[in-house]
Design a protein around this ligand. Structure first.
Ligand code: HAM
Length: 444
């Protein structure tokens, strides 16, 4: 019979890698808590309309990459419905904001999420069909200060702090303003005009988008179209006074807190909801060293979405947020670890593997039950304990214990009778006889 495998573009995360995933997630939670963010968990699937309206029909995500199915009604009272596995989490968060009237309190909502997202992209290193994002959104009624450029700068400063705390130094932040709803019509008109004489030479997607949604032409990845894209008008030249002042204030606040950035007037990002500030963090290769990401060097992206709530039928609620590709963050950290010269004993700490405090080795099967009882006692005192098996030879117990734990506790007939355990520390090589009461002190 043929064996079944994980579906293309999905993968299993296994120990010891999952220890690194946990470390990244707990670091993110700790940093977000310092900025007073709370966690939100939205459903993994939503009404397809949420993404069509929020992310935009003409985006690659909605037009090509969603996992969508028609969910049949199971009862007369139900309607069949088109459902979609979430390709991103911002639309879901804003839907929840509207649904639960989170703006009513007049306070800014600061929400973060960690979870899987789904896009039917061509899988490659750093690009999967099920991938994880660590994201955050700041959203609220205008009276809560949600439009302030300080919010943009604070979110970016938080990201810089998170990456620093994870030990990632080779990031660079690219930032742009894509203008407000006010600026859009003038820019789109200029874009249409510039596209009219050249669109015939462009790819099929561009030809269609030049008519339906000219902004999306700027996402085109076809190499042949790039020289044409370079000649198109730049959105940054069409910002009104308010958008320009907003952007200048974001940059001034970044300067004040020492977050480095580069302005790229062509950064638009592939989702329709963005307004004003947009940004990406990419991982740079130091002296040609492997970044772990191959061509997928966008570690995270985000921006403002001042009109998204209204696009979803909600009240006016400007917001800004980001999502980090967690898979890419892990690949970056693993590449960094691989480049560091390391001592053998250092390996566990590099991989965030926590060795157990002790391995209890019963010398014979008659001591198995007592070994479990001793382990229970030590675990109750907060220690991490592995228990072997009395059928193992002593040599095998030592080998297994050395891989899993910092100490081995030998438990034979004699130890049980005397109440004195033989304990060996793998770090120092020292072996001692200790009473039950002294074990906790020795093991910590
Ligand atoms: P996005 O740029 O589509 O933005 O995705 C954010 C990040 O998710 C990317 O920079 C990348 O690291 C990761 N990512 C995207 N697709 C894949 C994939 N197929 N495999 C692995 N990683 C991937 C958003 O999703 C917006 N919701 C971000 C945001 C939040 N904007 C405002 N608030």
């Amino acid at each position: 019979m043929s064996t079944l495998k994980a579906v293309r573009g999905t993968r299993d995360l296994l120990p010891p890698d999952t220890a690194l995933w946990s470390h990244v997630e707990s670091t993110a939670r700790r940093v977000f808590a310092r900025y007073n963010f709370g966690e939100i968990r939205t459903p993994i699937f939503e009404d397809t309309q949420l993404f069509a309206r929020g992310v935009g029909e003409d985006t690659d995500i909605v037009s090509k990459e969603m996992f969508t199915w028609e969910d049949r009604a199971r009862a007369q009272s139900e309607k069949s419905q088109s459902l979609t596995l979430r390709p991103e989490n911002t639309a879901g968060v804003v839907r929840a904001y509207i649904e639960h009237n989170l703006g009513d309190a007049g306070r800014l909502q600061k929400l973060y999420y960690i979870g899987p997202q789904f896009r039917r992209e061509r899988p490659q290193r750093g690009r999967y069909r099920q991938f994880w994002q660590i994201g955050a959104e700041v959203i609220g009624a205008p009276s809560s200060g949600s439009e302030s450029p300080l919010r943009d700068a604070e979110v970016l400063e938080m990201l810089a702090s998170l990456l620093d705390e994870l030990g990632i130094r080779n990031w660079s932040l690219t930032i742009n303003s894509v203008g407000s709803a006010n600026d859009r019509p003038r820019y789109i008109a200029a874009l249409r005009e510039a596209l009219a004489p050249v669109k015939g030479q462009m790819c099929a997607d561009c030809q269609r988008r030049a008519d339906t949604n000219p902004l999306r032409v700027l996402d085109c990845k076809h190499p042949e179209d790039q020289p044409i894209l370079a000649t198109l008008p730049r959105i940054s030249d069409y910002l009104d006074e308010a958008s320009r002042t907003h952007f200048t204030s974001v940059l001034a606040a970044l300067d004040a807190c020492g977050v480095p950035y580069a302005v790229n007037p062509r950064l638009v990002r592939g989702l329709d909801y963005y307004t004003r500030t947009t940004f990406e963090f990419v991982i740079e290769s130091n002296d040609g060293a492997e970044t772990g990401l191959g061509s997928q060097n966008a570690l995270l992206g985000g921006g403002r979405y001042d009109g998204l709530s209204e696009m979803l039928g909600g009240p006016r609620a400007p917001g800004i947020g980001f999502a980090i590709g967690e898979d890419r963050l892990i690949l970056t950290l693993q590449a960094m670890q691989a480049q560091q010269p390391q001592e053998a004993g250092d390996r566990a700490s590099q991989l965030y593997i926590h060795l157990a405090d002790a391995y209890v080795a019963p010398l014979g099967e008659a001591q198995n039950a007592a070994a479990l009882a001793l382990a229970r006692e030590l675990r109750r005192q907060g220690m991490t304990v592995e228990v072997g098996d009395g059928s193992f030879r002593l040599k095998k117990s030592f080998e297994v214990a050395n891989e899993l734990a910092r100490h081995i506790i030998i438990l034979g007939e004699e130890e049980l009778a005397s109440g004195l355990y033989t304990v060996k520390s793998f770090a120092s090589g020292e072996q001692k006889k200790v009473s039950g009461g002294g074990l906790a002190l020795l093991l910590r």
